[in-house]
Design a protein around this ligand. Structure first.
Ligand code: AMP
Ligand code: ZN
Length: 145
C-alpha cells in the first residue's frame, strides 16, 4: 500500500474525518457521490486503502474496485433511469487527475444531454504510424502478462 496521508481527501473520507454521501461500501471499497458532478448522479468508486496510480495498484485491489464499479454502474443505470454511462479514470495531473488516490468515475448519460463524451477523436497519419505506437506498447508490457 502507498502511504495513506491525512492530507489525502479520499483517505479522510474513508476515515470519516471528511463527510461524504456514501452509496456503497464493503470491507475493501467505498463509493460516494462526486461533489461536482459532470451529470447528477456522478459517483466515485475507490479502494479504502490508498493506492495511486493504476500502474502501482495491485491486481487483487483492482479486482475489488472493478467489481464494485460494475455494481455501482448497474445501480446508476437502473436507479437513475440513465440511457447509458461512462466509466473513466485519470492518472496524473496531465490526464486531469485532481485527487491522487485511485478512483473510477461512474457517470450517467442521457439522450439529449448537452454534455457528450468529452474528447475529440484524432487520426494516425498511416497504419504504419499506428503500428509504431502499438509496437512501443507491446514491448513495454510487464513481464508475465
Ligand atoms: P479526478 O479529477 O479524476 O482526480 O477526480 C476527482 C474527483 O473528486 C472530482 O470529480 C471532484 O469533484 C471529486 N471530489 C473532490 N473532493 C471531493 C469530496 N470531498 N467529496 C466528493 N467528491 C470529491
Ligand atoms: Zn488516499
Amino acid at each position: 500500500m502507498n502511504d495513506s496521508t491525512s492530507d489525502c481527501v479520499f483517505c479522510r473520507i474513508v476515515a470519516g474525518t471528511l463527510p461524504a454521501c456514501r452509496v456503497y461500501e464493503n470491507p475493501h471499497i467505498l463509493a460516494f457521490m462526486d461533489i461536482n458532478p459532470v451529470i447528477k448522479g456522478h459517483t466515485l468508486v475507490i479502494p479504502k486503502a490508498h493506492y495511486d496510480p493504476i500502474t502501482r495498484t495491485p491486481d487483487e485491489v483492482l479486482v475489488h474496485v472493478i467489481t464494485a464499479v460494475r455494481h455501482v454502474a448497474t445501480a446508476v443505470w437502473t436507479g437513475l433511469k440513465a440511457d447509458g454511462l461512462n466509466v473513466t479514470q485519470a492518472n496524473g495531473a496531465v490526464a486531469g487527475q485532481c485527487v491522487p488516490h485511485i478512483h473510477f468515475h461512474v457517470i450517467p448519460r442521457y439522450e439529449n444531454s448537452d454534455n457528450p463524451r468529452n474528447w475529440i477523436p484524432g487520426k494516425y497519419a498511416s497504419t504504419a504510424e499506428m503500428e509504431t505506437f502499438a509496437d512501443r506498447i507491446r514491448r513495454a508490457l510487464p513481464t508475465g502478462t
